[in-house]
Ligand binder design. Structure first.
Ligand code: BGC
Length: 785
């Protein structure tokens, strides 16, 4: 019987696969037919939007239009496609912004959030949600940090993939943005993100790569900035070579709003749709370019087919009658915000607030009554409702505790001594003081970078003054990006609640009062001071040039390398319980790069409260040809444990997890040698460690071009002989006494020259052609790293 069931299931699988193939074929045929009937002008017209938020229809051929809308942490849908929708957008659930989402480190939760967002899009007739943003937080000053996940590419990419999978499971597309190296707001329409190819691949492309490969977003949004000198909307390397050819992207590229400069170059590079639609002049240029032969008609046809693919898919997945369940989504938003809350300090177990410990609670700070809950700019959602901490506390905890409220500061930066005096009086009379502080809305905005990372002086002063009169002082922060904390040694507790969305107040209460055990961890380093940060000298750049001088040493990679103490390290966050790490095992101590490695460990809840731990796995390459970070995050997991409970966590590593990107060969390479597997509770709290030996089986080409160094040819047995044969014998005359020809000529004299220098070194005896022939001979020669 069982066998019949299995065969039945298999047959059903085959039938549904066949049905899927058939419908893909039908769709392909339909698109071919449509394109064959389109005029050149109609094809060009599809390559730009109709208005602010929609693509162009072609009524003659029944080609529909679709609706795209911001994003990312909630839906900002304008009343109509041809109005900007700032202030008059339809209400939608405002979830916590990306920095908060990242602090959850919870892929299942983020996928669920994606599902909720997808439902809201279906309810409001939106086909594509413009998000998520997976740009790396390169500088603490970047204005849009609140909208991006992390300083780490793996964490950003995995969260992005989970988000996309959730949204797209609802028949709604996403737009992975802003592709790529969009890390500064100052001069954002012109800036050149100037970095080496290795940094581009290892840090800035990597999150996009993960999200594309794991989730296939329907669209990718090309950035405003230039990358290595070329606009992101015009780069064939970025848009076609990497995105499409290397990663297998199946969707379409849309421009960020007004990001297009040279439309014809954009078409050639693989940039499908220009947004928004402002005029027909670029469509006309496309037509002109095809007519005069500058643009091949087949290139345009290919893009149009891909556009139709997405448009028709979106239309076919529209759902009728989806209602937005505002109450359920509000409750879910509260849950997400609670998972994000990150406990940074909890001396003397000042938190949670319990009846046993405290009766009178002084609530201090304007933000408790007037919440800061999201960032400024295109992502601004009009919430379906907005909770305030003060109301929630009185409603939900008013029977058990006595609350007082003092404003403490106004929304200007100026210190108000009378407000502080009043707050101090209330704090002194209470058993515990909660100071709600953070960054006002205008401090964190799209389009504007920060110039410092301090809280307003009015907040800093208030915190220090309260700490003077109340020994149980806790700072509750709302901000979307790292800040300094000059008062850190004066207070007992710090709870980072990020920009928690419309239900953030309830989540904050849940954590403060112990209904939820905090489990968030930092997805970005908090530095002691701005001057300590990796991009300090190169942010926001000058005259449109942003030099990524810190290269791969972004975030914790930098602080590790400099052996510098941050205020709070990447991956850090406390809990009301404690965890013990033990029994690290690896599947093998000697592996081939192709084998993969399974790493397991046990995590135990050693406290008295149920809690969640975020386990992090870092890899350190002990020795490498290229410079490598001290350690790099490769895997993470969030697990829930009852008091006393132990769970096994297991991770699987593959070749890529041991590799660096060789810029010369444009290849990911995992070199043979020792690697440390580091498992910990944060980047600075490694609990368990094991070393493995990796044996590479990779076949890597030796010669890449005329700049391959003598050293590389010398180190290889085969090419060493060819090299010796090419260099004239008379060079031996210059050998100092006591040295061999090999030592002197190759090891000392020539070794650090690129091969192209040979004609100069040999006075022309080996000429340019000789060098070219030599490179040709070496082309088939490979090595194993
Ligand atoms: C932003 C995008 C946004 C778009 C549409 C741009 O200014 O950079 O993130 O999706 O506007 O509002």
């Amino acid at each position: 019987m069982r066998n019949y069931i299995i065969i039945g299931i298999l047959l059903l699988g085959v039938i549904s696969l066949n049905a899927q193939d058939k419908s893909n074929e039908d769709m392909k045929q339909k698109i071919e037919d449509l394109v064959s009937k389109m005029t050149l002008e109609e094809k060009a017209s599809l390559c730009s939007g109709r208005d602010d938020w929609s693509t162009k229809p072609i009524e003659r051929l029944d080609i529909p239009w679709i609706w795209v809308s911001d994003g990312p942490h909630g839906l900002r849908r304008a009343p109509a496609t041809n109005v900007p929708g700032y202030g008059d957008q339809l209400p939608a659930t405002c979830f916590p912004t990306a920095s908060a989402l990242a602090a959850t480190w919870d892929l299942d939760l983020i996928e669920k959030l994606g599902v909720a967002l997808g439902e809201e899009c279906q309810a409001q007739d939106v086909n594509v949600l413009l998000g998520p943003g997976v740009n790396i937080k390169r500088s603490v000053l970047a204005g849009r940090n609140f909208e991006f996940f992390s300083e780490d590419p793996i964490l950003s990419g995995e969260l992005g993939a989970a988000f996309i999978n959730g949204v797209q499971s609802q028949g709604v597309g996403t737009s992975l943005k802003h592709y790529v190296a969009n890390n500064v707001e100052t001069m954002r329409m012109y800036n050149n993100s100037d970095m080496d190819i290795r940094t581009l691949h290892e840090i800035y492309l990597r999150p996009f790569e993960i999200a594309v490969k794991k989730a296939q977003p329907w669209t990718v949004m090309a950035c405003y900035n230039r990358v290595q000198g070329i606009y992101g909307t015009e780069s064939p390397y970025i848009l076609t070579e990497v995105l499409k050819n290397q990663w297998g992207f199946e969707g379409i590229v849309i421009s960020d709003w007004f990001a297009v400069v040279d439309r014809v170059e954009g078409i050639k590079a693989g940039m499908h749709i220009e947004m928004p639609g402002v005029s027909t002049f670029n469509d006309e240029l496309i037509v002109e370019a095809v007519k005069n032969g500058e643009l091949e008609a087949s290139v345009l046809d290919a893009l149009v087919k891909e556009i139709l693919q997405v448009v028709l898919k979106a239309k076919s997945l529209e759902k009728e009658g989806v209602e937005l369940d505002a109450q359920a989504h509000h409750a879910f938003a509260r849950q997400v915000a609670a998972e994000a809350a990150t406990l940074l300090k909890n001396d003397n177990k000042v938190l949670p607030i319990t009846k046993k410990k405290y009766k009178k609670v002084a609530i201090i700070g304007e933000f408790a009554n007037n919440p800061r809950f999201q960032g400024n700019g295109s992502s601004e959602v009009k919430p379906t409702q907005l909770d305030k901490v003060l109301d929630i506390l009185n409603q939900e905890y008013g029977n058990d505790f006595k609350f007082t409220y003092s404003q403490g500061y106004s929304l200007t930066d100026d210190v108000d001594y009378s407000m502080i005096a009043e707050a101090k009086e209330a704090a002194a009379k209470a058993d515990i003081a909660l100071v709600f502080a953070g960054l006002p809305l205008h401090y964190e905005s799209e389009g504007i970078d920060r110039t410092h990372i301090d809280l307003p002086p009015s907040h800093n002063k208030l915190i220090s003054e309260i700490a003077l009169v109340q020994e149980n002082s806790v700072v509750v922060l709302t901000n979307g990006s790292a800040i300094t904390m000059p008062w850190i040694n004066e207070v007992d507790g710090v709870l980072e609640t990020w920009l928690g969305g419309q239900a953030g107040a309830g989540a904050t209460a849940d954590v403060l009062f112990g209904k939820v055990n905090p489990s968030g961890k930092l997805a970005e380093t908090f530095p002691m001071k701005l001057e300590d940060t990796p991009a300090f000298f190169n942010f926001p750049g000058e005259q449109g040039e942003v030099i990524y001088g810190e290269r791969i040493f972004v975030g914790y990679r930098y602080y590790d390398e400099k052996k510098m103490e941050p205020l709070f390290p990447f991956g850090f966050g406390l809990s009301y319980t404690t965890f013990e790490y033990s029994d690290l095992t690896v599947s093998a101590k000697n592996i081939k790069d192709t084998d993969g490695l399974v790493v397991t460990m046990n995590i135990k809840n050693t406290g008295e409260t149920k809690g969640k731990e975020i386990v992090q796995l870092y890899v350190k390459d002990e020795e490498s040809t290229l410079q490598r970070p001290e350690k790099e995050l490769k895997k993470f997991a969030k697990i829930e444990l009852n008091p006393g409970e132990t769970k096994e966590v297991s991770f699987e590593l593959n070749t890529r997890d041991f590799s660096y990107f060789d810029g010369h060969r444009a290849l990911w390479i995992a070199e043979s040698g020792a690697f440390d597997i580091l498992v910990g509770a944060s980047s600075r709290d490694i609990k368990l460690q094991e070393t493995i030996q990796l044996q590479s089986t990779q076949i890597v080409p030796l010669a890449y071009n005329e700049y391959t160094f003598f050293r590389e040819y010398w180190d290889n047995k085969e090419t060493r002989e060819l090299l010796k044969a090419m260099v004239p014998q008379w060079i031996g005359n210059f050998v100092p006494e006591g040295k061999s020809l090999d030592d002197a000529v190759f090891n000392d004299f020539l070794i650090d020259n690129p091969i192209i220098k040979l004609p100069y070194v040999t006075g022309g005896e080996v000429d340019q052609q000789g060098v070219k022939d030599f490179i040709e001979k070496c082309k088939g020669i490979t090595y194993t790293p």
